[in-house]
Design a protein around this ligand. Structure first.
Ligand SMILES: Cc1cc2nc3c(=O)[nH]c(=O)nc-3n(C[C@H](O)[C@H](O)[C@H](O)COP(=O)(O)O)c2cc1C
Length: 405
């Protein structure tokens, strides 16, 4: 995930959502973070500290005065240890206490001593969340520089429905990853990035279309990674079953023509465009309003060319860095090199769709990065998420070169 283990201090306070904090501890550890947990006495009424100790593989602290190591003062030591603090779930009570500088247990005392950034994930009854005291305390904490991972809406354990549900552990983990990624890649903040992904569908009649095997996984991974680094990301996606990546503006289209419009209309504002979509090269010349009925004769469907989006982006290029994909089944590198020249690209990510573990549908990909005046860089078979980081690292070099010119 990242170089060296980043240290996350998880402060767990006393609400029903403590059970979700157990899953959060596990997911943070699985994502490669070193996790320590502090609990309030109320939190331990819901889930025992032993659960958190086992999931974090670190001792859990609850009592400020249980000083086991005479060389250290535990709450200061732990406060200094943290690279990031997450309070999840955060009760109305603890939000009120830290907004007012109250330090009367291990969690609140440590939070006052922390200098690392603090993220707060509130969880409470919908009326508690809407109480002006809670709103005011949250505003105070925002003014101190704390960030909030807002609760979602939905069914609450208290029987009410509404805002107050602690955000899902997966989302909180992604927020933590994004925080560290932005620390590592500050140059991405302020960059506008447009990524295309997925197949297009070209209509024949109300029930049939031409399409291809693209899943969208590569483009979605790139969009998510760019957003994690702090870029402003637009994902133009053909039909895909994947969920919108967090922090990304996703524009869903169906046909090559719609993708053309969605990309061209946004092109001027972009700093980087990565075209990983598998856009149909041909579409039926005619579409039928009614379902085509079968007959005993063979059928021929005349096809016409769709617009070549990448070529047009290359022709209209101003300040943008333009990256294309070349998914080929033979002569991969030579076709990709031709594409780099003929479409005026800055980089081509070439991949063989016939190699095992590569190409459409799969979670892995082995690509070769081809840039102008540089030796081709072949990457080993990697998870598409890792491939995304390599492509963005290479794009970083292209930004540096562009800025030198
Ligand atoms: C069953 C139960 C569920 C609770 N759930 C919440 C909750 O989700 N959010 C909240 O702010 N308080 C909740 N409370 C109230 C807190 O536990 C209480 O305010 C406590 O003093 C919080 O202590 P702490 O902030 O030190 O953990 C709940 C209490 C009970 C008995």
């Amino acid at each position: 995930m990242m170089s060296g283990k980043k240290r996350v201090l998880l402060c767990v306070t006393g609400g029903i959502a403590v059970f979700k904090a157990a899953a959060l501890t596990s997911k943070l550890s699985q994502s490669g973070f070193d996790v320590k947990v502090l609990m309030t006495k109320s939190a331990a009424e819901f889930v025992t500290p032993l659960t958190f100790q086992a999931l974090s593989r670190n001792p859990v602290h609850m009592d400020t005065f249980n000083e086991k190591d005479p060389e250290k003062i535990a709450h200061i030591d732990i406060a200094d240890w943290a690279d990031l603090v997450i309070v999840a779930p955060a009760t109305a009570n603890v939000i009120g206490k830290i907004a007012n500088g109250i330090a009367d247990d291990m969690v609140t005392t440590t939070l006052l001593a922390v200098t690392a950034p603090v993220m707060i994930a509130p969880a409470m009854n919908v009326h508690m969340y809407a109480h002006p005291a809670v709103t005011k305390n949250m505003d105070t904490l925002r003014s101190f520089g704390y960030t909030f991972i807002e609760p979602g809406e939905g069914f609450l354990a208290c029987g009410y429905e509404g805002k107050g549900r602690m955000e899902e552990p997966e989302v909180i983990v992604k927020e933590a990853e994004a925080f560290f990624s932005q620390q590592l890649h500050p140059q991405w903040k302020g960059r506008n990035v447009l990524v295309t992904a997925g197949p297009t569908q070209e209509t024949i009649d109300p029930v049939r279309f031409f399409s291809n095997r693209s899943s969208g996984k590569m483009g979605y991974s790139i969009a998510e990674e760019a957003a994690k680094r702090g870029a402003t990301v637009t994902l133009v996606s053909g039909p895909s079953s994947l969920l919108d990546p967090p922090g990304v503006t996703t524009v869903r289209v169906t046909t090559a023509e719609e993708m053309y419009d969605a990309v061209i209309s946004r092109y001027h504002d972009q700093d980087l465009v990565i075209k990983s979509a598998a856009v149909a090269d041909y579409r039926p010349s005619e579409t039928f309003e009614q379902k085509v009925k079968k007959s005993n004769d063979d059928m021929t469907i005349p096809m016409e060319r769709t617009k070549d989006i990448l070529k047009e982006l290359g022709e209209r290029k101003e300040h943008q860095i333009l990256v294309g994909f070349a998914a080929e089944s033979e002569q991969v590198i030579s076709y990709a090199e031709k594409k780099l020249q003929s479409k005026n690209l800055d980089m081509v990510c070439a991949n063989s769709i016939v190699d095992p573990g590569s190409g459409f549908q799969s979670n892995t990909n082995a690509i070769t990065l081809i840039r102008r005046d540089q030796e081709a860089q072949s990457l080993p078979l990697l998870q598409k998420k890792e491939v995304a980081t390599k492509i963005l690292d290479a794009a970083d070099e292209l930004f540096e070169e562009r800025d030198k010119r």
